[in-house]
Design a protein around this ligand. Structure first.
Ligand SMILES: [Fe+2]
Length: 243
């Protein structure tokens, strides 16, 4: 069994989410399309869900090499994410199905894919819903806005990195609309918060994926609403406490 078919064999997340019987015709269609192209990823233009996963799988496999460059990886993964065909039937079905969470007054999380080297999730925010300041220890993240409009703020720990009381530098702030991407690495912009301006759906790629150890190491932060007075420096700096 070659790598490509093995991945199809173990890939069950979207089918699990959608209901296996519903998704089976889709899986067959993807396999046919992918085999017709020998698993090759087109260099330009939109890519379907299957080609996207194949490309992400290849890129994230590099993380085990000594010379893995996270900054270069998130740039490549962001480029792939921005090419993802959001109308791909499997993805479109997942977006539609996630709407069953509307009105429940919380951000909704769904698994789209989980492999040894990465995971992909669908997050759905209603207007004004937010995820407060949190980190992703030892992980990279690539966040694609699939629908809607959302503000994302990124921070770096600049003092007492492993302590309870810390200083956060706001190193990024962007308003993402459809097709736009935000990234973080284990060293840069690793802490973020998100708040939706409209109904918003995100496709997040985390590499490596969450496991028990990384989940336990994760932190949430209570952050002062106003920045501290800084004599100089390009970024706003906030006092924060690890919860
Ligand atoms: Fe996050």
């Amino acid at each position: 069994m070659d790598d490509y078919n093995r991945r199809h064999f173990i890939r069950t997340s979207i089918p699990g989410f959608l209901g296996l019987a519903l998704a089976l015709p889709g899986i067959t269609a993807f396999a046919t399309r992918a085999n017709a192209k020998d698993g090759r990823i087109p260099e330009n233009g939109p890519i379907n869900w299957d080609a996207f996963l194949t490309a992400v799988e290849r890129e994230t496999a590099q993380q085990h090499l000594d010379h893995w460059n996270q900054a270069a990886y998130v740039k490549k993964a962001a480029a792939l994410a921005s090419r993802l065909n959001l109308k791909d039937p499997a993805l479109a079905k997942a977006f539609e199905k996630s709407k069953s969470g509307l009105g429940n007054r919380r951000v909704d999380f769904y698994d789209l894919e989980k492999q040894l080297d990465f995971q992909v999730n669908l997050l759905q925010f209603e207007k004004n819903e937010q995820i407060k300041h949190h980190d992703h220890p030892d992980m990279t993240g690539v966040i694609l806005c699939a629908t809607g409009n959302i503000d994302v703020w990124n921070y770096d720990l600049i003092e007492n990195p492993s302590g309870k009381n810390v200083l956060l530098a706001e190193t990024g702030h962007a308003t993402l609309t459809q097709g736009q991407v935000s990234t973080l690495t284990s060293k840069k912009r690793n802490i973020h918060r998100l708040q939706a301006n409209h109904l918003t759906q995100l496709v997040d790629i985390f590499a490596p994926p969450y496991n028990k150890q990384r989940a336990q190491k994760s932190s949430w932060f209570n952050v002062d609403p106003e920045p501290v007075q800084q004599p100089s420096g390009p970024h706003k700096v906030y006092k924060a406490t690890r919860r």
